[in-house]
Design a protein around this ligand. Structure first.
Ligand SMILES: NC(=O)c1ccc[n+]([C@@H]2O[C@H](COP(=O)([O-])OP(=O)(O)OC[C@H]3O[C@@H](n4cnc5c(N)ncnc54)[C@H](OP(=O)(O)O)[C@@H]3O)[C@@H](O)[C@H]2O)c1
Length: 246
């Protein structure tokens, strides 16, 4: 019974992860939301086929104390020897797409770094500290093509400066985690950490003009995630499984 954790599960790509993972009753799914007081009707519906094995937990990835409480809640929810097999750090914001590298709002950049970089860093760190990550865990940081320097160099005019900078930092975090989690006393040599670009998808963040439906992006990412082996550690992939240059 594999255990999945997905952050930002109430809408967009996180919700589609839950929908697809709920098609198998073998899966245990921890669906994490910023707040359980928000409207979770879509999440309830998406997880309905496997509701007995779905647990909705609060994890505000902008708030360190919320992430800390979440990690403890995971330990209680799984109990015994059960551990997380797949951690999908999906929650993120792109709140000021109009800002350029010449008009960065200090608070805006700080906010994006807090949610898009520190959130996944601390989620992984606190889950590790609670001892709930499997030694063979697959940790997937959901990034963007805009986090690739090589891809960004080809985009004219450049776009989404603060978001792009934060996803570049998330990619760097992935490289750091992929080495440090493998050390003795942590997860060891069988864990795999990657970052993955879902493509340009029709969600609130992607907008109506996006080219992909969430079904296709998540279907591709799950196939890729399930195929991850030890040699994939520390790399950057698209939802199709193609490696992306940094
Ligand atoms: N859609 C695309 O074209 C595209 C392209 C490249 C990369 N991505 C990446 O794919 C991932 C999912 O994006 P999406 O398109 O699904 O975006 P979205 O539709 O805007 O959904 C974002 C999700 O993140 C959650 N979230 C934001 N801040 C949070 C916080 N502080 N704590 C907990 N949850 C928080 C949101 O919850 P609330 O409802 O509570 O705000 C929502 O569930 C992100 O990492 C994004 O950067 C998307």
């Amino acid at each position: 019974m594999p255990v999945y954790v997905v952050t930002g599960a109430n809408r967009g790509l996180g919700l589609e992860f839950i929908r697809q993972l709920s098609q198998s009753k073998d899966n245990t799914v921890l669906a994490c939301v910023r707040s359980t007081s928000s409207d979770l009707a879509d999440l309830k519906q998406a997880s309905q086929p496997n509701e007995a094995n779905t647990h909705v937990l609060t994890c505000d990835t902008a708030d360190l104390s919320s992430i800390q409480s979440f990690a403890k809640q995971v330990q209680k929810t799984l109990g015994g020897d059960r551990k997380i097999d797949f951690l999908i750090n999906n929650a993120a914001v792109n709140s000021k797409p109009e800002q350029t590298s010449l008009t960065i709002g200090p608070e805006d950049l700080t906010n994006e770094i807090r949610i898009n970089v520190l959130g996944p860093a601390k989620t992984t760190e606190f889950l590790l500290a609670e001892g709930v990550l499997a030694k063979t865990a697959r940790i997937v940081n959901i990034t963007s093509g805009l986090g690739s320097m090589a891809v960004s160099l080809g985009i004219t005019p450049r776009k989404c400066a603060t978001y792009s900078i934060s996803k570049g930092a998330l990619n760097s975090l992935t490289v750091q985690q992929s080495g440090e989690l493998r050390e003795e006393g942590r997860l060891g040599p069988k864990c795999v950490v990657v970052c993955m670009d879902p493509g340009w998808v029709k969600t609130r963040m992607g907008g109506e003009g996006a080219i992909l439906e969430p079904e296709e992006s998540i279907g591709g990412m799950l196939k890729c995630i399930h195929g991850l082996g030890e040699g994939h550690n520390g790399k950057f992939y698209t939802y199709t499984g193609k490696e992306v240059p940094w």
